[in-house]
Design a protein around this ligand. Structure first.
Ligand SMILES: CC(=O)[C@@H](O)[C@H](O)COP(=O)(O)O
Length: 261
């Protein structure tokens, strides 16, 4: 581990994360593969939809099988109104004893695209109720600013639609959001492969949240390891500072001592 990584923790709502990769837990070929992928990714925060968790206390749940060191982030996937998202978050808090919530309020079941109006309403209400709110949002700097102003502890703009694997559709806007945000920016959704995750970090995001690229890979555990290295590499490159892009070539070796014809 380099000096930069040792002194470069991510802090969200007072909680410190050494890993800047957050992982979704859905769609793996088996629970064993999911747990191995979680381990290989080095993640310290895993998320799952409340709908997927048996809150009755009758059966062993995902939360029980995850390593204790991993912070569990429930999410409100499937909610289409602020009202439903708030109810779902309250259920999670009651059953799981966490006030952290990843808020998803989608405006369309096919596109799984965030409904910004409802999302802002849900975020405002949940912050007032004492939740640590991480909203999944569009790659819109104004929406991100409004969510942060409403008290979101981080903002999570999409790279591209959930599960699409299209990568980052609008890198310029993600860079803009990251450079202006008053709270950590977590690139969430659309990552297709390791280079997409590295790019998110190079653009200045504080972390990456992904699921499908790992769960649906031919070898999820190897892809999880690839994502770990990509996020670390991208963060280091961001901190190191990329060279400016030039229109023309500039010799990388000194021109002195050239033999003229
Ligand atoms: C897991 C999660 O919380 C979602 O936001 C989403 O599933 C992540 O997107 P990808 O599956 O495209 O990585």
């Amino acid at each position: 581990m380099t000096q930069n990584q040792i002194h470069d923790p991510l802090v969200i709502a007072g909680r410190t994360f050494r890993s800047r990769l957050f992982l979704g837990t859905a769609g793996y070929p088996s629970q064993k593969t999911m747990l191995n992928a979680v381990k290989a990714s080095g993640t310290e925060m895993a998320t799952a939809s409340i709908r997927r968790i048996d809150l009755s206390g009758a059966a062993e749940t995902l939360v029980d099988v995850l390593d204790d060191r991993i912070h569990f982030l429930p999410n409100t996937a499937g909610c289409q109104t602020a009202h439903d998202a708030v109810l779902t978050a309250e259920l999670a808090r009651e059953a799981l004893g966490t006030n952290w919530i990843k808020v998803e309020v989608i405006g369309d079941r096919e596109l799984l695209y965030p409904d910004t109006e409802e999302l802002l309403r849900a975020t405002t209400e949940l912050v007032n109720r004492g939740f640590v709110v991480l909203p999944y949002c569009t790659d819109d700097p104004i929406a991100c600013r409004k969510l942060a102003d409403a008290g979101a502890s981080a903002v999570m703009p999409l790279g591209s639609p959930i599960g699409s694997g299209l990568g980052i559709s609008n890198p310029h806007m993600i860079e803009m959001i990251a450079s202006r945000s008053s709270v950590p920016v977590v690139l969430d959704a659309g990552i297709g492969t390791a280079s997409d995750a590295a790019l998110a970090m190079e653009l200045g995001c504080s972390a990456v949240l992904l699921n499908t690229a790992v769960s649906r890979a031919n070898d999820p555990v190897s892809m999880a390891a690839a994502m770990k290295h990509a996020v670390e590499g991208g963060r280091l490159a961001y901190l190191a500072g990329r060279i400016p892009k030039r229109r023309n070539a500039e010799a990388s070796s000194p021109q002195l001592g050239l033999i003229e014809a």
